[in-house]
Design a protein around this ligand. Structure first.
Ligand SMILES: Nc1ncnc2c1ncn2[C@@H]1O[C@H](COP(=O)(O)OP(=O)(O)OP(=O)(O)O)[C@@H](O)[C@H]1O
Ligand SMILES: [Mg+2]
Length: 378
């Protein structure tokens, strides 16, 4: 775990970081994002002590980094920067093996290790090992940069806009590879970026900064669904819902308290309840457990002659349901495929949690649309 405790930084009179406090769990990938000059690089470079805070302390696994040997600390932390930072007069092999050599790894271990790293980042050893950085494309250089950061198998890897100079396709490939690597190796990665799409794609947690403050530190889902304020919301982009609909959960758009009845309620009272609540179906639940037993529909009840009978006799027991953490696309699919206008939301024990209706779906989708277009939502 990396903890930032009230970290401030000032240059002369200019405050660059303002009492920043947050922590990064081991094995997670955190993206730090914000406008140019908001202090991202400054924060990142403090982790390997390239910059010292004016006040405050950083802890790695509960140990203040000030108490650690600076050189040893840096060797334990991989670092990738935008311009790759490869040494131009060294070959790819020499670049990757720089730190392992300082660590006195044996030449045969080193050769094995380098081969694995090259494979890991998708570069052919025979073709690239003995080339110089200028003989590689930007994307290939970045791959070498990433390989080098992993060379001593560090627990922590710092990445400062590593992919920002790349074309969109190469960039997207490298993002995919980073996600795969991370799933396998579970490093603690701090990744600075300007790009919200990139952050959403790769990060477990996103830290949004502005003028040296943290505005929101949260999961991508929460940031998309519950932006802390106007700035975050604009930064995230209101239209993003279209590019990441999987982040809109059923629980975000469901009606929390759908109209229910117990199975012994009479048909007459059911019809009355529907009329009062202006709905055309009732969810039949067990009073204590909230277990969803069935649905009764107005159409069917109206034809019943003896209205003193219990609703239970006329309820449907076979119908689609949704789980709260399914996404809006699942809901759309179920509504469309089953031609139903309502879908109950239940938990794993089939206890009623809420209700998705066709009109709540339409409202959600059209709201996003109108926000995006800058038009009225009312
Ligand atoms: N050595 C320095 N002396 C004075 N001011 C500095 C120094 N280094 C950085 N700054 C200022 O600190 C602020 C934060 O810089 P930092 O490099 O952390 O920004 P950033 O968020 O990484 O920006 P970018 O996205 O452009 O890389 C900037 O306003 C910058 O001008
Ligand atoms: Mg920067």
């Amino acid at each position: 775990m990396i903890q930032f405790e009230r970290i401030s930084k000032s240059y002369k009179t200019k405050k660059v970081l303002n009492q920043v406090t947050f922590s990064i769990k081991s094995g997670s990938l955190v993206a730090i994002i914000g406008e140019s000059g908001c202090g991202k690089t400054t924060l990142l470079k403090m982790i390997n002590r390239l910059i010292k805070p004016t006040t405050g302390t950083i802890y790695i696994d509960d140990k203040s980094i000030n108490s650690m040997d600076e050189v040893a600390l840096r060797r334990k932390i991989g670092y990738v920067i935008q311009q790759t930072g490869l040494f131009p007069h060294m070959t790819v092999k020499e670049n990757i093996e720089l730190i392992p050599k300082l660590e006195k790894m044996s030449p045969s271990d080193m050769a094995d290790n380098t081969r694995k790293l090259m494979q890991m980042v998708g570069l052919d050893c025979d073709e690239f090992l003995h080339r110089y950085p200028t003989e590689l494309s930007g994307g290939q250089q970045q791959r070498v940069g990433v390989a080098r950061a992993f060379a001593t198998d560090p627990d922590i890897i710092l990445m400062d806009e590593p992919f920002s100079a790349l074309d969109p396709i190469t960039r997207s490939d490298l993002q995919d590879e980073l996600v795969q690597l991370q799933a396998k190796l579970k490093k603690t990665i701090v990744f600075v970026t300007h790009d919200m799409d990139e952050a959403i794609k790769i990060a477990d947690m996103i830290c949004i900064m502005k003028d040296g403050d943290i505005l929101q530190y949260d999961t991508p889902e929460h940031i998309l669904n519950n932006p802390e304020d106007e700035f975050v919301s604009n930064f995230v982009g209101k239209n993003r819902i279209w590019s990441s609909p999987e982040y809109i959960k059923v629980s975000d758009i469901m009606i929390d308290r759908p109209v229910t009845a117990s199975r012994d309620l009479s048909v007459l009272k059911c019809i009355d309840k529907m009329r009062q609540n202006k709905v055309d179906s009732l969810l039949i639940v067990e009073p204590d457990s909230k277990y969803l037993a069935g649905i009764v529909k107005a159409g069917k009840l109206r034809g019943v002659e003896d209205r003193t009978q219990q609703a239970e006799r006329y309820m449907y027991e076979d119908f689609p349901t949704l789980l709260p953490d399914q996404c809006i696309l699942d809901a759309l699919k179920i509504v469309t495929e089953n031609r139903v206008s309502t879908v109950p939301v239940v938990d794993g024990q089939k206890r009623l949690m809420g209700l998705i209706t066709r009109s709540s779906l339409v409202t959600t989708l059209s709201q996003q649309y109108f926000d995006y277009e800058g038009g009225e939502t009312e």
